[in-house]
Structures are given as structure tokens and as C-alpha cells.
Design a protein around this ligand. Structure first.
Ligand SMILES: Cc1ncc(COP(=O)(O)O)c(C=O)c1O
Length: 459
């Protein structure tokens, strides 16, 4: 059953748009930005897979905002559930038992693999990875955490240190004891592999070697994005996650799967690890759990780790842990996924639309070096030259160096498509409720806009 979204009342009102933008520039301090160099687009409405600016221009969203609006904008049943809970009880602090919190935890535990059956709720992803690392350290009595260079885990003190990408640099020196490793990336193999199997084996050997020299007895956890998100949609090659599981078991290391972006249907499974049949010890989630209608995240905890905190208190908490309004939205969201077959829709569209069309688009454009992904989680990696694989823009490009990617993004926006762009990649990550016809429309625009990137690539 397809989701039905309301048609918003959108009236062009550029004057109001200018007022909103001016206030924003005067008083809002934005994330990750040089404040004088940004001009945030004011948005007046959103519904389903679209949002509208104050000129009345509609954008088809191929980014799901920050890859979080999985259920689409303004899902009427989700909005109604929030309204019902707001009327019933908007807040109660974490040390009470609350009906919606209990129910959300039960549902999430039921969906999670293996013996992961308790949930610690947070307000978002960073607090989830932060607490997962804390749990692993206390459970093992060890300090170090291994994470991948190509990763993002959040922007709080521990989570930004765990992050591998350049957003970490300005926050260094960070928390002690975090060691970065290379994860598998067949297209740009750090291990000079020539096949997925080789990449998997060599990445596991690199992990073993790192553990050997760091000292297994000092390592609390290995925290990995099940499928690396912002840093490239890096789908683990066959055997990699099972190998990480085995290595963790061998050394008593906690395996944390960060599914803040990859979970809740994004990969065509409730949890991305289900795709490989691997059970981590802790799973972090946020984003898709309730599509960001109310801030929510958390850690799903295995019985073994939860047991560490039966008779000693867990030294972490948040005023809004398990916020009833947020939890009610998670309960409703999970129900909607089930009633509307959203995960089945993701699988079907991945097989019949996204995979074949993106492969076809990639073959046609000299600027596309690689296409990869699963579910509604795809990347096109843009290059100057398919032979040398030189990226279309350098690693971490900004300003004029990023011009070719900005021109490509501009070409998408001009045509009414909001793309996700990171470094030399565009990610195709629409809301999971995007219909087949909408996917085709977006892919047609993407196809056209890539001719702009082609101008910077050798034929
Ligand atoms: C894999 C992953 N972990 C953690 C985070 C941090 O989540 P938040 O921004 O909600 O703190 C993100 C955010 O993009 C993410 O993609």
C-alpha cells in the first residue's frame, strides 16, 4: 500500500522568503559553515518526496535531507500520532516508566538481530555512538576504540574523535584511545586488491595487524558503519563483516555497528547488518527510526553487555532520554513501515529501478567512475578520467576546487532535483516512500545534470 501525502498549500511569497532568510542571517549560527559565506534557502512547505521554497519552486528530494527523512515529509499517520501523544503527555523524565518509551523499545528490540533486546534512547546519532563507546569501555574495562578513516560518527567530543573524515581535524587532539583503520573500498583499494574477495581478506588482515600492534587487551570496541554513509556508500565486500565479528569474538572486543544512517530500511532491511546475517554487540540508530520528525536516537544493547549494568549503575544519561513524544513517533513510524510495506518497496525499487538505471546512467557518462549501493542508498563517484580514476574534485575540496561538483549540483537544483553531494560523489538517497514514477523523474534529471560534470572529464 503506497503512502498518501497531503498536497500543501504553497503560494509563492518571495517577500516572506527574504524576511525568513534575513532573520536567519542575523540570528542563526549554522553547523559546519563560515557564517558570512552561506545563504540558506528558506523552505515553506514539504510533503512526501518534495519540498518547496518561497518562490513556489518545488524540489524532488534525492537527499532525504541528511539521509534521515525515510518515511517522507508530513506522513499524515505519523503527524497524527505525534499530535495524539502531544495531547496525551508531551514529556516525562527518563527515570519513570512510560508507555510509548516501553513500546518503542520493545519494537526496536524485536526488530534487532540476535540477543540485542534493550534500548538506551538518545536525542540523535552522536549521543548514540558516544554512549555505545562508553558501554563498550565499561563492559570490557579497556579503553581503545578502532574506527575507520572513511567514517562519520557524530560531532560531540568522543564521536568526532571516532569520526575518520576531515570534520575531525579541527577538534583534535580529541579523546584519547581512538585508533583509525582502513576499511574495505574496492574502487580505491587501500590494499591494492583487484577483487572484492581480495579486498575483504586484506582489510581483515589489516584489522588483525592493527589489533596485534595496538594490543588486543587494550581494545574495547571496533565501531564501524555497517555501510559507510556520507564517506562514500561503501558496501562491505562479502565476508568482511562476518570476519570482523569473528575477530571481535576471538579477542573479547565489542562490535559496534553504527546504523545511524544505514538502518531503518535505508539498505532494504530493518537493520543493515541483516543483509549479511551478522549480529553485532551494540547497534546505534537515529535518523530513520522516526525520520527526524522529533529528535531521537539510541543504542540497542545485547543481553551480555546489558548484564554488565545490572548491579552497577550505568554512568550516562540525558534529560530527554526516551522522550515520550519522540518515542511515540518511533512507534507510529515502525507501524507505518509495516502496514505500508516500505521495506518491500525499497527492495523492489532497488532491483527494478535504482540498480539498473544508475548502472545505465553510469555507463553513459564519462564523468562517472563507479556506481555502488543497495536499497535506497547509492553513490555515483565522479572522476576526471575513468582510467586513472582521478576524482573530479580533490579529497575534501572546498571553494573554487569544488566548482565542478557545485556546477553539477546547481544543474540538478535548476531542474527541480535536490541532490546529495559529498566530495566527488553524488549520493542517491531519496525518502523510502518515493514512488517509481518519482524515482524515474529524479533519475532523468540526474542523467541530464551529469552532462555538466562530463565537461570536466576526459571522454
Ligand atoms: C553513521 C552516522 N553516525 C552518527 C551520525 C551523527 O548523528 P547526529 O547528526 O544525529 O548526531 C551520523 C550523522 O550523519 C551518521 O551518518
Amino acid at each position: 500500500m503506497a503512502s498518501t501525502f497531503p498536497t500543501p498549500d504553497v503560494t509563492p511569497n518571495p517577500e516572506e522568503g527574504r524576511r525568513v532568510a534575513a532573520l536567519d542571517r542575523q540570528h542563526v549560527f549554522h553547523s559546519w559553515s563560515a557564517q558570512a559565506q552561506i545563504s540558506p534557502l528558506p523552505i515553506q512547505a514539504a510533503s512526501g518526496s518534495y519540498f518547496w521554497d518561497y518562490e513556489g519552486k518545488r524540489y524532488l528530494d534525492f537527499s532525504s535531507q541528511l539521509v534521515n527523512v525515510n518515511i517522507g515529509y508530513q506522513h499524515p499517520k505519523l503527524v497524527a500520532a505525534i499530535q495524539t501523544q502531544a495531547a496525551r503527555m508531551t514529556t516525562i523524565q527518563p527515570s519513570f516508566a512510560d508507555e510509548q518509551r516501553s513500546e518503542a523499545a520493545r519494537l526496536i528490540a524485536e526488530l534487532a538481530p540476535g540477543d540485542l533486546d534493550q534500548v538506551f534512547f538518545t536525542n540523535g546519532g552522536a549521543e548514540a555512538t558516544e554512549n555505545a563507546m562508553r558501554m563498550a569501555r565499561l563492559h570490557t574495562g579497556r579503553h581503545k576504540v578502532l574506527t575507520a578513516y572513511r567514517s562519520y560518527h557524530g560531532a560531540t567530543a568522543g564521536s568526532i574523535t571516532a569520526t575518520g573524515d576531515p570534520r575531525r581535524w579541527p577538534s583534535e587532539p580529541g579523546q584519547s584511545g581512538i585508533v583509525h583503520i582502513w576499511g574495505p573500498y574496492p574502487y580505491r583499494s587501500p590494499f591494492h586488491s583487484t577483487s572484492e574477495e581480495e579486498e575483504s581478506a586484506r582489510a581483515l588482515q589489516h584489522l588483525r595487524d592493527t589489533i596485534m600492534v595496538e594490543g588486543a587487551s587494550t581494545i574495547a570496541a571496533i565501531m564501524l558503519e555497517t555501510v559507510v554513509g556520507t564517506n562514500g556508500i561503501l558496501v562491505p565486500p562479502p565476508g568482511y563483516l562476518a570476519g570482523v565479528r569473528e575477530i571481535c569474538d576471538e579477542h573479547g572486543i565489542v562490535f559496534i555497528a553504527d546504523e545511524v544512517m544505514a538502518g531503518f530500511g535505508r539498505c532494504g532491511e530493518w537493520f543493515a547488518v541483516d543483509h549479511w546475517g551478522v549480529t553485532p554487540d551494540l547497534i546505534t540508530f537515529a535518523k530513520g527510526v522516526n525520520s527526524g520528525y522529533i529528535p531521537l536516537g539510541g543504542v540497542v544493547i545485547s543481553r551480555r553487555i546489558a548484564a554488565s549494568f545490572q548491579d552497577r549503575s550505568y554512568p550516562g544519561g540525558l534529560t530527554y532520554s526516551g522522550h515520550p513524544l519522540a518515542c511515540a513517533s518511533a512507534v507510529a513510524s515502525i507501524g507505518i513501515y509495516q502496514e505500508e510495506g516500505i521495506i518491500e518497496h525499497v527492495r523492489a525499487m532497488a532491483d527494478t529501478v535504482l540498480a539498473p538505471r544508475l548502472t545505465e546512467i553510469a555507463a553513459k557518462h564519462p564523468s562517472v567512475g563507479d556506481v555502488r549501493g543497495l536499497g535506497f542508498f547509492w553513490a555515483l563517484e565522479l572522476v576526471k578520467d575513468r582510467q586513472t580514476r582521478e576524482p573530479l574534485v580533490p579529497f575534501n575540496a572546498a571553494g573554487p576546487a569544488a566548482a565542478p561538483m557545485n556546477a553539477f549540483a546547481g544543474a540538478c537544483k535548476e531542474r527541480g532535483l535536490w541532490p546529495f553531494v559529498h566530495f566527488n560523489r553524488t549520493h542517491v538517497v531519496p525518502p523510502l516512500t518515493t514512488t517509481e514514477a518519482e524515482l524515474h523523474t529524479g533519475l532523468d534529471i540526474l542523467d541530464e545534470a551529469l552532462t555538466v560534470a562530463d565537461q570536466h572529464a576526459s571522454a
